[in-house]
Design a protein around this ligand. Sequence first.
Ligand code: SF4
Ligand code: SF4
Length: 355
Amino acid sequence: MLDKIIRQADLLTLVDDMARKCRIIGPVAHSVPGCDPPVRHFYEEVERAAQLDLYFNYCVYSPKRFLFPATETLFNFDRSKGGFVAEPVFEHRPKAFVGVHPCDIHAIRLLDRVFSQDERDEHYLRRRESTLIIGLDCPRPCTDGVFCRDMGTNHAEEGFDVMLYPLDGEGGERRYGVVFGSKEGREWLLYSHRGESPSVADERGLEQYQQAKEGAFAHALTTRVDDLPALLERSYDSLLWEATARRCYSCGSCNLTCPTCYCFNVYDDLDVSLTTGRREREWDGCQLSEFALVAGDHNFRPKPASRLRHRIYRKAKWVRERSGLAGCVGCARCDRACTAKINSVEIYNQLAEEV
Ligand code: SF4
Ligand code: SF4
């Protein structure tokens, strides 16, 4: 059921209004001559709605870094006056993500869970709590190779404040069917006095949209997502890990681009005085050779094959079993980033053939 209908021009005006009060982060097109495709999109902070391209296919990276930056200071410390004083550093300027696809919404749901279960990670959660998420549904796969349908992440029922469904409008102007996901999302649109009530024809338009979408997303995996944990359980000793990982450079690009990777490293950065400094954290990646290096110079996953298996197990088995949420959202960013052409779908399908 739709809550509202909003025209593209009204939406952009609303975003411009918001930009006066908070940071706006959304898809921005950049030309990258010599690359295929020659135009790529990135989630970036913008000053005006006109800088956004809501007709984008996919963004190279997810908006994860605006909630969980690649590097950040956790606290500053000072031992110069005898004791030890630590000042936490929090960044929680209000912001809105505009145009987040369902797969990335699922990934944010996982991050929300990870950073709030057991120990609350205030650095993540304060950023998250000051973020409005305006989702944008995908009528068709954003590019070749994605397997979001298999992962059940090509639509989102929750995890957003507002979801926009792109519907055709008269004269080619795009109209969006709006579904509210939170009180904040509802207030954002209702207080603006923009948008109109959906008509019967609009509801029918949404039904047609959903039917067309159903036909547009094909299955890529030969195994159902619920059966992947059992498949992996039986594939621990498969020769495929070694055979595939022979091509792996252990570069970590797959981790870097993944919206659901959340491992990090923590270290202290001391000033020359050796009495003041900062505790920093930065993204880590399980495919890097030193990821599992511990005291005593022991590396408990020294081979690329064990690291590849670890990554795939986390994505399709362990995280899912622990959180009940998708550990992999099928965005295929890892596959696109991999210069060795190591491909998640091929791995799952080859394992399925083996067993
Ligand atoms: S593992 Fe690959 S396909 Fe899955 S969420 Fe991460 S980047 Fe996307
Ligand atoms: S991107 Fe490819 S080559 Fe690099 S670590 Fe990941 S699987 Fe290995």
